[in-house]
Design a protein around this ligand. Structure first.
Ligand code: PNS
Length: 167
């Protein structure tokens, strides 16, 4: 039987920590769907269309068994619709564990057929988050090696567009 996992998230933007988890998930599952949450209540740096485009550009050539999709509503409903066996979540530090445990147990209560698999990213990414990447970048710090080069390019373009529209 082909094993399918969903790797859900906001991916605003994708970081090398996310990539590390995707690479690990590809070793365990035949197919991995990277699923972007459609969440209009958050004000993301990149629009949904931009995130889809960036994720496809970063992932398609490197991971043939990965596809990029979007979802809204309950994650477990989406996982059931896709007939996924597992939801993959990355755990960086103990601080992630409490929130992730809550989500995993709530998801299990909602649909016991979908298992959550926690994966540890490489230590080098254990402090990395999309939020910090955006903050460091917006304050002029280097994010080299923390996100794919394409993300740095797109963030620079976004900054330039924002500066132009404010000028
Ligand atoms: O990248 P993030 O922001 O940590 O991802 C969080 C995500 C998308 C996994 C979580 O917010 C989610 O699953 N949202 C979908 C709505 C849902 O199912 N909520 C109940 C979770 S117990």
């Amino acid at each position: 039987m082909s094993r399918l996992a969903i790797y859900p998230g906001t991916f605003d933007p994708i970081t090398n920590g996310h990539l590390d988890i995707i690479e690990r998930a590809c070793k365990l599952f035949d197919q991995v769907i990277v699923a972007i949450l459609v969440n209009p209540s958050k004000a993301p740096m990149f629009s949904l269309a931009e995130r889809i485009e960036i994720l496809n550009a970063v992932l398609n050539s490197r991971f043939p068994q990965v596809t990029v999709e979007t979802f809204d509503g309950l994650l477990v409903d989406y996982a059931a619709k896709r007939q996924a066996q597992a939801i993959v979540r990355g755990i960086r530090a103990i601080s992630d564990y409490e929130y992730e445990l809550q989500m995993a147990l709530m998801n299990r209560r909602l649909n016991p057929a979908v298992e959550t698999v926690f994966m540890m990213s490489a230590e080098a990414y254990s402090y990395l988050s999309s939020r910090l990447v955006k903050e460091v970048f917006s304050l002029g710090g280097s994010i080299d090696g923390l996100v794919p080069d394409l993300v740095i390019k797109r963030m620079r373009e976004k900054l330039a567009t924002n500066k132009r529209s404010k000028a």
